[in-house]
Design a protein around this ligand. Structure first.
Ligand code: CA
Ligand code: CA
Length: 220
């Protein structure tokens, strides 16, 4: 298990910093962790607290999101972000609709210090032989993968427009390393959802987030 984790960190490091492939991770320190069960939202702007599937989460968001700012970080070369991202209801991925209805693309973003490091789409449409609203995740938009590619859970119930329908929510366990060395980090989690014919946007499609962890890493 330890070998697998170490290998993964080294592999991801090589993806992030090609010139640093000969370097090893020297230290890893978790500087923020929150499962939101206590209600603590220190350092978070735009926090909305709700319960989904029996767990307290940040959300639900549509055309909005939240910002976590962490000052006073020790010297580091990389950051490791982990979180559970829940996409609720009728996310349509790359689908853009037609002249009558604009229904996408359904974009979700993570920005680090105002730079979008994740800019992707998710789809809950499922895929049949003749119909599939594709998504960009696990790559950035525009890319083409089947709905649900990379998801950790595809059997969760919808929240509002697909309430209680299995598969109406998908969950992605995000676990990524990024370049970062600044004293302060600002993390923006947001969406740019589109659905011009929805009477209630938040009910039509939304997202929430749980189990957020931020670690700083140093290289040899
Ligand atoms: Ca929670
Ligand atoms: Ca949409």
């Amino acid at each position: 298990m330890i070998i697998t984790k170490t290998f993964k960190i080294l592999f991801l490091t090589c993806l992030v910093i090609f010139s640093a492939c000969h370097k090893d991770i020297q230290s890893q320190t978790e500087v923020y962790t929150n499962d939101f069960e206590s209600g603590s939202i220190l350092g978070i702007e735009g926090a909305v607290q709700s319960t989904y599937d029996g767990k307290k989460v940040l959300g639900f968001y549509n055309n909005s999101g939240f910002t976590l700012t962490l000052p006073g970080l020790a010297k580091h070369d990389l950051i490791l972000l982990k979180f559970d991202l829940y996409l609720h209801d009728t996310w349509g991925g790359n689908h853009t609709g037609n002249d009558a209805v604009i229904d996408g693309p359904d974009i979700w973003q993570l920005k680090i210090d105002n730079e979008a490091v994740i800019n992707t789409t998710f789809s809950n449409s499922g895929c049949q032989a003749t119909y599939c609203q594709q998504q960009s995740y696990p790559k950035n938009f525009p890319f083409h993968y089947d709905a649900g590619t990379g998801a950790s859970r595809t059997d969760l119930p919808g929240r509002c427009s697909l309430a209680n329908i299995p598969g109406g929510t998908t969950m992605y366990r995000i676990d990524k390393i990024f370049n970062h060395s600044g004293y302060t980090i600002k993390l923006d989690f947001k969406d740019l959802l589109k659905q011009s014919n929805a009477p209630d946007m938040l009910c039509d499609e939304s997202w929430s987030l749980d189990n957020l962890s931020v670690s700083i890493l140093t290289l040899d």
